[in-house]
Design a protein around this ligand. Structure first.
Ligand code: IMP
Length: 185
């Protein structure tokens, strides 16, 4: 069975990838290799820098993933700064910033960067809304305050498999899985 490394320190992301890629005949291995996350407004640029950096250190096929939450009313904030904002003001802070705001549209974007005979990027977007309150205990990060447009539940109220069907990461991983199966981009 072929090995594929997922470079991430995020247990939630690894759980989702394991679930999404379970039909592929690969052994998915989590590795927490540190890589510089450059300051850039484009997730693709961040992911590409990461895969090029890691490809000099890891010789087996691997992927990493960069994602963010983009809130329309906040001019796409926090975007590439999503991790920092989650670690500082958190979900309560986002709800406070949107207190009394009618337009609650937001989207998550995920860029999966695969390194296998060279770099490949796969993108997934999940559109939805920021809820008025925290709902659910599943998942991680902004999951309890984001409901995808196809569903009334927040990601925080979904199982991993359910979230994968609607989520940015699920969509990007799906495209990567097709590429791994067929070799066609
Ligand atoms: P990074 O991709 O590890 O730089 O982090 C992006 C940050 O965005 C994470 O730390 C989370 O706070 C948030 N985030 C990314 N994807 C998700 C998701 O699927 N659910 C909830 N929060 C997410």
């Amino acid at each position: 069975m072929e090995e594929l490394y997922f470079i991430t320190g995020n247990k939630g992301k690894f759980k989702e990838a394991k679930d999404k890629l379970r039909c592929l005949n690969i052994e998915l291995i989590q590795t927490k290799m540190e890589y510089p996350e450059i300051q850039a407004s484009d997730l693709k640029e961040i992911a590409l820098f990461g895969i090029n950096f890691c490809s000099e250190r890891l010789k087996s096929p691997f992927f990493l993933e960069d994602s963010g939450l983009f809130v329309e009313e906040l001019n796409s904030f926090p975007g590439p700064y999503s991790r920092y904002v989650q670690d500082t003001i958190g979900n309560d802070g986002i709800l406070k910033l949107l207190s009394g705001v009618k337009n609650r549209s937001a989207y998550f974007k995920s860029v999966v960067g695969l390194y296998k005979d060279g770099p490949h990027l796969f993108e997934g977007i999940s559109r939805g809304t920021i809820t008025n309150e925290i709902r659910g205990y599943e998942g991680f990060g902004y999951d309890p305050i984001f409901a995808p447009e196809e569903n009334l539940k927040t990601f925080g109220e979904m199982t991993t498999t359910e979230k994968n069907a609607f989520s940015h990461r699920g969509k990007a991983l799906e495209i990567m899985a097709k590429y791994l199966e067929t070799g066609v981009e």
